[in-house]
Design a binder for this molecule. Structure first.
Ligand code: URA
Length: 190
């Protein structure tokens, strides 16, 4: 079976298993991801916001616009990468996802990665970093490639700041842009 069919099964499993019913009842869409399912790079954000929930696509609001700009500056675009979130329904009023919500969606994120088989996972913000790199602080390791064991394979994680957090914070914004521009070199070296 093809990758897209396998990814469709992951979506169906989230529905069949009634994952996070409270979030589901307040959401318009289950936002699974967007981009190239054969990509070497997968970006993982936190959870859909209002625009993402409306359109059923990740990172289409202000943070997404900033992400698109950074991709362009690094000579990439959305069709070169795959973009998803750890939590796949919008939390009410854009609150942070709860620990139990992240835990509930984590196995489905892993399945997506097992199907897509990227070389590199770029986590955006601490919510998506924490399961891959537990006990690490984003302020200390942002932009650094970390090799982890992932099932039988090795996977490289590059933790970056979240574009929404960095958008209006001058110092963090520049740090995120600088880290982002290093990504192609890091990937080329793998
Ligand atoms: N922030 C996220 O973490 N994900 C989105 O899809 C949009 C904003």
């Amino acid at each position: 079976m093809g990758k897209q069919a396998d990814l469709d099964k992951v979506r169906q499993a989230i529905l069949d298993n009634n994952i996070c019913p409270e979030l589901a009842s307040g959401a318009t869409n289950l936002v699974m991801g967007d981009g190239n399912i054969d990509a070497d790079i997968v970006f993982i954000g936190e959870a859909p916001g209002k625009k993402e929930d409306e359109q059923g696509l990740p990172f289409v609001g202000a943070a997404g616009k900033f992400l698109n700009e950074m991709l362009a500056a690094a000579d990439m675009d959305r069709s070169d990468v795959f973009i998803t979130n750890i939590v796949k329904y919008r939390p009410p009023n854009n609150r942070d996802p709860l620990p139990e919500e992240k835990k509930a969606f984590w196995p489905y994120l892993l399945k997506q990665l097992q199907i897509i088989q990227p070389k590199v996972v770029i986590t955006l913000g601490r919510h998506s970093m924490e399961y891959f790199l537990p006990d690490m602080k984003i302020s200390q390791i942002h932009g650094q490639a970390k090799r982890i064991q992932f099932g039988d394979d090795k996977l490289v994680i590059i933790p970056l700041y979240h574009p929404a957090a960095a958008l209006y914070n001058g110092g963090m914004r520049q740090t995120l842009i600088d880290d982002f521009l290093q990504v192609p070199q890091v990937v080329a070296k793998l």
